[in-house]
Design a protein around this ligand. Structure first.
Ligand SMILES: Cc1cc2nc3c(=O)[nH]c(=O)nc-3n(C[C@H](O)[C@H](O)[C@H](O)COP(=O)(O)O)c2cc1C
Length: 325
């Protein structure tokens, strides 16, 4: 499904080499000032063009189709469309025959019975995260003064990572990375257990981002090797402040008033320049092949802003459910 959220509800659409990428956002309070300039900073952060990212750089002209009147949201669904222009589709014909290992070519073909738009990875392309970033900008506005920050902890296990990245690119290979997200100034009491707990909502939307391999909150998987006395967060004041934050700011699926901290594991890009082997469905043989097209050697470098957007969307929905915005 391509919709997420209950009260702040987004519906995204588009394919990498289709007409456009877009999002429809329902539940935005009326009267929120909004203009194309508000989106520019986050759109720039998602763009490629730097070392280790795709050479496909789009202009990204926003078209507001609905929901905006005289520079303010009008309470109706906000519909934003961005046309795809910088498209080279011929590179992808091969992947109908030889699906890329690690990509969605095979699974999408099976699920959609061969009717899928395979060009540029279609709906499974990182390009579709543009829609998340658009919705994230609106969500962040609703959330203010709550602040969401992300930081790359490492790329391919290294920080600084430039040398390792250059080596991977020279080898025609790719790298993944670990991204930490911190949410500050969120009050205690937000989250709708059982199924819409804070962790469930964040994990649900984070795992919707293509290429995510894991998420952990606070001490995360390290908690399995800790004692309760080490993992427990001592409460040191009446507002619930704790002296450590192994829970990542969440207890019982509800924010506890401390920083929410989670880390997201991003996989190495599937589409590598190196020669690979896959099953050719036409010749019915295993064959060596090379991937064409323009790819991020390390899309983790472009993902921090996508994670921020996803977190903002989930939080906006939970806050509206708690009637706190
Ligand atoms: C911002 C962003 C950019 C991406 N760029 C690429 C890319 O250039 N090449 C590629 O093979 N995968 C890229 N991906 C990952 C694929 O979209 C993803 O691996 C694919 O849809 C299969 O999904 P899965 O990895 O979750 O199984 C990107 C993902 C994101 C979030």
């Amino acid at each position: 499904m391509n919709s997420f959220g209950t009260l702040f509800r987004i519906q995204l659409f588009g394919e990498s080499h289709g007409e456009a990428i877009g999002v429809v956002i329902d539940g935005i309070p009326a009267g929120l000032p909004l203009s194309a300039e508000d989106f520019q900073k986050d759109l720039n952060r998602r763009k490629g063009g730097s070392l280790g990212t795709t050479p496909r750089v789009e202009e990204e002209q926003l078209e507001f189709l609905s929901g905006l009147f005289n520079g303010k949201t009008n309470g109706n669904p906000l519909a934003i469309v961005v046309k795809n222009r910088n498209i080279i589709s011929s590179d992808y014909d091969l992947h109908c025959q030889i699906p890329r290992p690690g990509h969605a070519d095979l699974t999408s073909n099976v699920k959609h019975c061969g009717f899928q738009d395979y060009r540029g990875g279609g709906h499974h392309s990182g390009r579709v995260t543009l829609a998340l970033v658009l919705a994230g900008v609106v969500a962040k506005k609703i959330l203010a003064p709550i602040v969401i920050d992300t930081e790359i902890i490492h790329i391919g296990g290294e920080n600084p990572w430039n040398q390792k990245l250059k080596e991977a690119i020279e080898e025609g290979d790719s790298l993944g990375g670990l991204i930490e997200c911190r949410i500050r100034k969120l009050s205690a009491g937000i989250g709708e257990p059982f199924f819409n707990s804070m962790e469930s909502m964040l994990s649900h939307i984070i795992f919707s981002i293509p290429g995510i391999r894991g998420i952990e909150f606070g001490d995360g998987f390290r908690a399995t090797e800790m004692k309760g006395s080490e993992h427990n967060d001592p409460i040191v004041s009446a507002d619930g402040t704790t002296s450590r934050n192994g829970a990542g700011g969440i207890n019982g699926g509800i924010s506890n008033g401390n920083e929410i901290i989670f880390r997201t594991a991003v996989k190495p890009t599937a589409s590598i320049a190196k020669e690979q082997e896959s099953f050719n469905f036409k010749t019915e043989k295993n064959e060596k092949f090379n991937i064409g097209g323009r790819h991020d050697a390390c899309f983790a470098l472009r993902t921090p802003v996508v994670i921020e957007a996803a977190a903002a969307i989930a939080l906006a929905d939970l806050l509206l459910q708690a009637s706190q915005v």
